[in-house]
Design a protein around this ligand. Sequence first.
Ligand SMILES: CC(C)(COP(=O)(O)OP(=O)(O)OC[C@H]1O[C@@H](n2cnc3c(N)ncnc32)[C@H](O)[C@@H]1OP(=O)(O)O)[C@@H](O)C(=O)NCCC(=O)NCCS
Length: 326
Amino acid sequence: MVSTIINAFPVNLKGLYQKLPVEYLNFQIRDMREEDIPAAAQILFQTFNDFNSTVGLPKEWESLDQAAGIVSILFNHPFYLAWVAEEKGTGRILGSNFLDFGDQVSAPGPLSITTDAQNLRVGRAFMDFFKEYCIEAGKPEIRFVQVGNNAKSFALYSSLGYIPRETLTMVSGRVSPAIARLYRNRYHIRRMLPEDADYCNHMYQNCVGVDRYHDIRNSTSGILYQPYVLLDRSEDDKIAAYTTGYSLLGHGIYATDEAFQALFSLVSSQTEQDLVFHLMAQRYPSLLLWSIRDAKLKVVRQQILMSHGGEYRSPEGAIYFPGMAY
Ligand SMILES: CC(C)(COP(=O)(O)OP(=O)(O)OC[C@H]1O[C@@H](n2cnc3c(N)ncnc32)[C@H](O)[C@@H]1OP(=O)(O)O)[C@@H](O)C(=O)NCCC(=O)NCCS
């Protein structure tokens, strides 16, 4: 059970605050049930891919199965809440949203509303619902990453008081074996272990200013995450960087530019799949240059880190790569 939840609240099976359904004119927002997963996955799959095709972006999801896998994993994730909007009268699922609620900062998304119910304020209702949820549960600090090309969602979030904080460049690819070899003398990598979580969270807190222990520790379960640490031989194998994964939800902290290059290169040299990360290009221009010019990685799109509530401060003292959550 997450320690920040006050026991007086009604809690669900995950030990997270259980909010009662909220009624709107034509629909209600309520907890997702297992039987809602196929409908929620179909909407997630269809609407993100449809949107991406209208602005010339690659598909968000390769298949309906992939989208269903994400919905199912988030539904079962120990620190995520999952909600649906259900149409009154028909019981039809109109959309879904999720909330990462394990740590000091909460992160909503992915939010998707079925095509014929868009522009009817269902998305706005969801954003209000989880903002109330966070306030009622005593953790009003919210951050998330918005798809920069999406004028509608940017406008919706802005109208609710979310503040754009960072522009992120989403990058994908792998480095060549020759590049990875450059880092092998000084560094080596291993999977992050549960006992590394304290140290990594300390790095995170020093750089970003907030606590993220549960997310970091949970990443070592390996479900949806592939966490690694970078060890510096020249400093008795001190951890110089970590990532909770170069994938949808993974974030990373790096002591130096070289530590980022080394960890990404060494992880990517042992996988057959393209890896993904978010780079704060304005803050770290030398890493942008390295990624695109030297490592020949591809830019996917621009994203925006938004926040609401709490004290936002810029990362300092190390290099921060947010995940899709924050
Ligand atoms: C983005 C999405 C979640 C929004 O949900 P929705 O239910 O369609 O949106 P809503 O009707 O609640 O709100 C949209 C608001 O943005 C406003 N808006 C839309 N485009 C705008 C623009 N370019 N400038 C200013 N305002 C704009 C609308 O007028 C509306 O405001 P209103 O409530 O005051 O009328 C939904 O369209 C969707 O699922 N899209 C596909 C998946 C996706 O992109 N998810 C979000 C990724 S970040």
